[in-house]
Design a protein around this ligand. Structure first.
Ligand SMILES: [Zn+2]
Length: 232
């Protein structure tokens, strides 16, 4: 190997380190034996979203590879975590983020609440990823036939008050109910977009968005097909 080539390779590898977040092609990384996967550096926001979409395509086509779920990955993640996305999704038992995006240990920070509604405590949990771990992507994920949204729509339509703290969920969904004129599926999408815009105006997150260190996207998960489509 001549010196010129070596030098060029050295320069390239330094340049890619400096780019901080330029990641190897996610598909290629997944194609390696799982235990041989190197410690990853964080991808850019767009690369992180591409990785999520690729994982979801595997889930949809029943070709999930369940990456990052072996002992080697556990040991690696035990020392340091570098999750590349925060997923803000519903508590629904059928919409587990690690499954629907075909990810594993140390890949995602999962923040879940009924109908992915947020309040200051939940927002703090969401901020943790970008602010403390440089996580480049937040995905707010609504889903088809969301029971929490349907129950809230019903309560608002009937003018009833739900017991305990359940009424807080109803109140959080009231603006979406109004704009969707009670249509549950529209309400799910509107609420997802609302949560995205609330997070985009979060001071701490807005700074990172302005610096292109963070992207926030809204998605809709179909229970029928397993597919995540972009809402906003
Ligand atoms: Zn739900």
């Amino acid at each position: 190997m001549n010196k010129k080539i070596v030098d060029r390779r050295t320069v390239l590898s330094i340049a890619s380190l400096m780019a901080g977040g330029m990641l190897l092609d996610a598909g290629a990384a997944y194609a390696r034996p799982r235990s041989a996967e190197p410690a990853t550096r964080l991808p850019s926001p767009d690369e992180a979203w591409a990785r999520m979409r690729t994982g979801n395509r595997r889930w949809v086509s029943d070709t999930a590879i369940h990456p990052h779920q072996d002992r080697a990955r556990r040991a690696e993640a035990a020392r340091k975590q570098e999750p590349y996305a925060v997923v803000v999704s519903c508590i629904d038992s059928r919409v587990a983020p690690e499954l629907v995006f075909d990810t594993g240990v140390g890949d995602l920070l999962s923040v879940r609440s009924a109908a992915q509604t947020i309040d200051p405590l939940v927002s703090g949990a969401i901020e943790y990823g970008p602010a403390e771990l440089d996580t480049p992507l937040i995905v707010v994920l609504g889903h088809q036939r969301c029971g929490a949204v349907a129950a809230a729509a019903h309560a608002l339509h009937e003018g009833t008050t739900l017991p305990g703290n359940l009424q807080d969920i109803v109140e959080a969904l009231r603006p979406a109910y109004r704009r969707a004129h009670g249509n549950v599926d529209k309400m799910i999408r509107i609420n997802t977009a609302d949560v995205v815009s609330k997070l985009k105006s979060d001071k701490l997150l807005a700074k990172r968005i302005a610096r292109k260190q963070l992207k926030i996207v809204g998605g809709y998960y179909s229970l029928d097909t397993g597919q995540v489509t972009r809402v906003v």
